[in-house]
Write a protein that binds this ligand. Structure first.
Ligand code: SF4
Ligand code: SF4
Length: 480
């Protein structure tokens, strides 16, 4: 078998001293990865198409009139699975973030960086959209290397213009699609279809999004995972020897040595050679330039391309698959199957508790929320004709729904009390409105000039919140 050593392949002794995509002077080594082929790649393509379909359909799906997902940072409105959230829901958001991080910790402890290889938007878009366009226009890695080294001819200029033109167009589409998750598809359509001069801010945002995506996918590529994303750095703290990671089996593979077709396998074994033919295919397909035979490395995004590549070599040599496979270090060293460790069980327990707590928060959440009733500063009580006493309170009412919300307030306890705001108010969506609430009770309802009063906040006929507060009148009023 031809020995295909890639430019960025490092020896076992030096690989930890430098990153695979830079030479010793710090100059970037461009990764011309070969197109993977195999069962994992097929599965990854299916997952990627499903995720891309969700991404493209998502902005047009609404639940109860609210977008499926919307993160409008400008207007501070958020919709998750059709449920509107406002800045006042920061507590729920914080719990969601904690759940997200515990899930990452759990998934990483069990499956290593499975998120990076299979679901991260950066990997999905890079490997399944931009890289495939590149293969289509420039050819596989050898053709790409040749084209890169070739002088600037009209053919090369035309290929580069075509490739980067399509990259820019795809970046524009993706950038704008993601913008729909921020400001909604109607707003994006208005910006595109209306006079550009009326939407200079929106258009600038679109161009900025497009430019960032274009630079990431045309030039920055795997460097985003290595230098920008913090997750790769966390992985060394999150994985342990029991985590299922993309691993090379050195017990089976070493000593490496070129495979000679004329040499029987038992002769190869008697020479102390293992199953690794040192063909370098696992390195050539790696989009981050890693040699997985050196062990787990920060740059490895667990894309499984090296598993497919090595399996194809093993198939050709009629050797069992799995020289590179999903396995834990413990499994490779001892041959024992994967098992859930107490740490993983602990993460599951925390995750279940947090999810239950989040469920409670969501189920008990209402579209209207009011702060407790506080007495209006400088006012104690007012005596009214007909032996009525009035106290005035302040409250702030937040409308968390997407549309305007009419509210009414009624005295629930004691009977016979009244709120002079009873005619109702309409709170605009997302607004926090302060209300002055005059509450009136007959003097005989008080005891020694005091009693508790309960005011109900209604949306239509639905009681949203009960607010209890103290009511004060002249000391001699009511029963003694
Ligand atoms: S691990 Fe597999 S793909 Fe990599 S060099 Fe060895 S035989 Fe080739
Ligand atoms: S080492 Fe293998 S799994 Fe890791 S990034 Fe490279 S090809 Fe993907």
């Amino acid at each position: 078998m031809a020995r295909l050593k890639s430019e960025n392949q490092q020896t076992a002794e030096t690989f930890r001293d430098i990153i695979p995509t830079a030479d010793r002077t710090g100059k970037r080594i461009w990764v011309f990865s070969r197109e993977p082929k195999g069962r994992y790649y097929t599965w990854r393509k299916l997952v990627a198409w499903a995720l891309l379909a969700i991404m493209f359909v998502g902005p047009f799906v609404s639940i109860n009139g609210n977008p499926l997902l919307m993160f409008n940072l400008v207007e501070r409105r958020f919709s998750i699975f059709g449920q509107m959230f406002w800045p006042s829901d920061i507590f729920i958001f914080a719990v969601c973030m904690i759940i997200f991080f515990v899930m990452i910790a759990l998934f990483t402890a069990v499956f290593g960086r499975i998120w990076c290889g299979w679901m991260c938007p950066q990997t999905v878009l890079m490997e399944m959209v931009f890289r495939r366009i590149e293969y289509f226009i420039d050819g596989d890695s050898h053709a790409q290397k040749k084209l890169s080294a070739a002088p600037w001819t009209w053919k090369k200029i035309a290929k580069r213009a075509l490739k980067y033109g399509i990259f820019f167009l795809v970046s524009f589409i993706i950038g704008n699609w993601l913008l729909m998750y921020i400001i909604g598809w109607r707003e994006v359509w208005t910006i595109i279809s209306d006079n550009p001069l009326n939407h200079l801010r929106g258009l600038s945002a679109m161009l900025a999004f497009t430019g960032v995506f274009f630079l990431i996918f045309a030039r920055f590529r795997e460097q985003a995972c290595t230098f920008v994303c913090p997750y790769g750095r966390f992985q060394s703290a999150l994985v342990d020897s029991n985590s299922l990671i993309v691993s090379y089996d050195p017990k089976r593979g070493e000593q490496r040595g070129a495979f000679k077709r004329t040499q029987p396998l038992d002769v190869r074994r008697s020479m102390g050679l293992g199953d690794c033919t040192d063909c370098g295919l696992c390195v050539d397909v790696c989009p981050t330039g890693v040699d997985i035979r050196n062990g787990l490395q920060m740059e490895c995004v667990h894309c499984t391309a090296c598993i497919d590549a090595c399996d194809s070599v093993m198939d050709r040599l009629k050797l069992p698959r799995g020289l590179i496979r999903y396995a834990s270090q413990e499994g490779i060293n001892t041959g024992k199957p994967f098992r859930f460790t107490p740490r993983m069980i602990g993460y599951c327990g925390v995750l279940i508790l947090l999810t239950a707590f989040l469920g409670y928060l969501l189920l008990s959440r209402t579209d209207v929320q009011a702060t407790p009733l506080l007495r209006m500063p400088g006012q104690v009580y007012t005596q009214l004709p007909g032996d009525w006493i009035q106290n005035v309170y302040l409250t702030k009412v937040r409308n968390k729904a997407r549309g305007p919300l009419p509210i009414t307030l009624k005295v629930l306890e004691p009977e016979g009390g009244r709120v002079m705001l009873q005619g109702g108010r309409e709170i605009p969506p997302g607004e926090l409105v302060q209300l002055a609430i005059p509450v009136q009770l007959p003097a005989q309802a008080l005891q020694n000039g005091h009693r508790d009063v309960v005011v109900g906040l209604y949306s239509g006929e639905q009681l949203i919140q009960r607010m209890k507060t103290g009511f004060t009148g002249p000391a001699e009023s009511g029963a003694r």
